[in-house]
Design a protein around this ligand. Sequence first.
Ligand SMILES: Cc1cc2nc3c(=O)[nH]c(=O)nc-3n(C[C@H](O)[C@H](O)[C@H](O)COP(=O)(O)OP(=O)(O)OC[C@H]3O[C@@H](n4cnc5c(N)ncnc54)[C@H](O)[C@@H]3O)c2cc1C
Length: 436
Amino acid sequence: MKIPWVILTFLHITISQPSSRCIYGEECWPKESDFFHLASQLSQPLLHPKPPGSACYPINNPSGKCSEAIENAHNGRWRSGQPGSMQAPFLETFTFPNGTVSACYINATLGFPCSQGSIPEIGVDARSVQDVQATVRFASKHNLRLVVKNTGAFFLATTTSGGARVVEAFYFECTTLRTSPIVHPSPLQKLLGLTVSAGVQWYEAYDAAEAQGRTIVGASGVTVGAAGGWVMGNGNGDLSPRHGLGVDNIVEFEVVTANGTNLIVNTYKNADLFWALRGGGGGTYAVVLSATHITHDLVPLTAIGGFANFTSPNIAKSVITEFIRIHPSLADSGWGGSSFFSQGLLSYLFAAPNVTVTEANTILEPFLAFTRNTTGQEVRNDVIPYNSYYAWFSASFSRDGDTGHNTELGSRLLPRDLSEQDPGKVADILLALPAT
Ligand SMILES: Cc1cc2nc3c(=O)[nH]c(=O)nc-3n(C[C@H](O)[C@H](O)[C@H](O)COP(=O)(O)OP(=O)(O)OC[C@H]3O[C@@H](n4cnc5c(N)ncnc54)[C@H](O)[C@@H]3O)c2cc1C
């Protein structure tokens, strides 16, 4: 079985900014004997992660693992399983104030030397509450900065200290996926929960929910963590229009706080911390060991997938304006999914639980007619019924994820009134983003 990783990065060096934390190279930096003492409290040896491309250097004598790195450069499961890998190469690099880049590109033919970039140099492979507690206390005692890495998916780069050069890290690995239903006290008595350990990724959580005959609100990015940054940020998924954001679907966390205390956190116990963890952002308030998600009844759904070409910027603007305008009504009918558009094309993939094929066609036909008229072309639009979200997700998404690309992201949550009142402005802003 693949072992999911969660990485806690406790210390980093910030070349350009002063830090109130102890920095590598300073007097206060822990001594060998301190690390030796820490290691004696841990269940696993300290780790020394390397960027995934390091196997391809030196270029005239790469290690045997170079072809594995090249082959898996865009495989999210492989990337999350490598202690030294993030989900996008730019998250692994560090840019010095003078513009010099420290990185280790998998493509060694680019001609750059391989260096550590933002990847931590030392880590803790923690597999128990005690491992996490020992590590958190160590960081606190030595005034080290703590950063948590789960899958390395976060584009804001807080997983690697916001692009700062990480010189010390601690790894936290969870191997337990608890799948037994949990019955919560009143008023949640009737809800069946699914508790997933930190490190579990969505494809594993979906499998676990399916095995219980339940469904769960999660990311369409299947290699995103189910108990990490997605849950603590504004993680959303295809079922969010029907069942809410990730934070709306959490009933309990198990955590270790900054002083090393192990807590159960829910509406009844440590309610303030429970509130803060649901939206306060990953790595902010505590190290999460597990999260308990609400599960929902299995219901059939209908999926739509479509594609249109644009031959001019004006046509793109008209169609995308209309596309933005219909989003509130799509969401009201339970449709969730993703779309990609540029000056040249629109493609979308949406699904809605408990909606029939006939209902799907009815709601979409006005937009399709508008697009046909505007583009003067047929629009591809497939409408397919599935027995469950799991069936759709399994048919639509690779379990390996498609990562390893450098992606620029804009905003994630669009206010409803903007879609309704000024869809043309939204279209202008989004179409002005460079298509990458
Ligand atoms: C390919 C891909 C697909 C995506 N798809 C979606 C999607 O469908 N829906 C969506 O909403 N978002 C999506 N995202 C964005 C994703 O939800 C965020 O990047 C999220 O922060 C990732 O969380 P993580 O724990 O997996 O990643 P990480 O980068 O490891 O962690 C993110 C943040 O959470 C902190 N953290 C992680 N684990 C813990 C823990 N156990 N305790 C405390 N802090 C922790 C980290 O320090 C970091 O600050 C996608 C991203 C990628 C790369």
